[in-house]
Design a protein around this ligand. Structure first.
Ligand code: GRG
Length: 323
């Protein structure tokens, strides 16, 4: 049975129709040293549901391909404009912008084709394709990214406090519930109409931008293991918690970790006036929130007993990770 790394390498060999430079860019992005959290979640969900790694591996490869595409495109000048990813120059820096766009474009159909080719039961393959394509689509990954980019120029009109009846009272109320926002974020929070509204918006971005692929990973592992509806529901609840916890920790690391360890630029969000959990809640309260989410995630694995041992360990890792 190949490891995730071996399976990714095998999946990134292309025929003569693929130009060398495009193939190199795809391999550069996919085989770079990422944490492989999403593929790990696919395999661990399969373990929890009594399935095999062999049956779940196509899902693990496909979700990492979609994740890799999203990182390539997110790093482009038109989006987050980053020059460092996974400790290396981003794809458009190492190659060029057109090649980076095309590598990301190619990874999306590659992921779907990989599922269709390697999941042998056609009905199961169609189910897996639907799960992944939905998570990557306009209501989830791409929609979350679009709203996140749009929010850089300020809150959407309906959340502008001056337009909303009773907004001042709401601002006052939500300023009482938040604990200790970072000083520079107090004005930002007021522009958003208070902590409560800002948090709601932030969660809606992260549920789609980060959470959807986490949820798809667990569901892929489940359906490729013939899981029951109740097993899928328990894993969906686990996914919602660790997806959000992952993002709270990501924001904390963006405030506190250094670039060498993270392998990407840090402090950009806070510097650009973007909403972050520590900015809204304060660093201590954000840590508490992440720990609560992880505890809740671990509770959702109870029905799986010891088969969910690695899912519980992974939840712990999400909380403790340092990059
Ligand atoms: C371009 C449609 C489109 C979406 C981009 C992935 C993404 C959406 C944006 C990346 C920026 C960001 C901070 C996202 C939230 C957290 C996240 C997904 C971090 C990267 O995931 P890791 O830490 O990365 O699992 P590795 O490199 O370890 O795989």
């Amino acid at each position: 049975m190949p490891s995730i790394e071996q399976a990714l390498q095998q999946a990134c060999q292309f025929g003569p129709g693929c130009p060398q430079r495009l193939g190199d860019a795809i391999r550069y992005a996919v085989l770079a040293p990422g944490k492989r959290l999403r593929p790990a979640l696919v395999l661990m969900a399969a373990e929890a549901c009594g399935g095999t790694h062999a049956a779940a591996m196509p899902g693990a490869v496909a979700v990492e391909m979609i994740h890799a595409y999203s990182l390539i495109h997110d790093d482009l000048p038109a989006m987050d404009d980053d020059d460092l990813r996974r400790g290396r120059p981003t794809v458009h820096i190492e190659f060029d912008e057109a090649t980076a766009i095309l590598a990301g474009d190619a990874l999306q159909p590659l992921a779907i084709a990989h599922l269709c080719r390697h999941v042998t039961d056609p009905a199961r393959a169609a189910q897996a394709v639907q799960i992944l394509a939905t998570a990557a689509g306009p209501e989830h990954l791409v929609g979350g990214q679009a709203d996140d980019l749009a929010a850089e120029s300020g809150p959407p009109p309906q959340t502008d406090s001056s337009d909303v009846e009773g907004a001042d009272e709401q601002v006052a109320a939500s300023n009482r519930i938040q604990s200790n926002p970072i000083e520079s974020d107090v004005e930002l929070i007021q522009r958003w109409g208070g902590t409560h509204r800002a948090l709601e918006f932030l969660e809606s971005i992260h549920r789609r931008k980060t959470g959807a692929l986490f949820a798809a990973s667990l569901d892929l592992g489940a359906v490729l293991s013939d899981a029951s509806d109740s097993q899928r529901a328990a894993l969906a609840a686990y996914a919602a918690d660790i997806g959000l916890a992952f993002q709270v920790v990501d924001d904390l690391l963006d405030h506190t970790a250094d670039e060498t360890r993270m392998g990407k630029r840090v402090g950009k969000d806070a510097g650009r006036g973007k909403l972050t959990y520590p900015g809204l809640m304060g660093i201590d309260q954000a840590r508490v929130r992440a720990a609560e989410l992880i505890e809740s995630a671990q509770q959702h694995t109870t029905p799986f007993g010891s088969a969910a041992g690695r899912l519980n360990q992974l939840a712990h890792y999400v909380l403790q990770r340092s990059h």
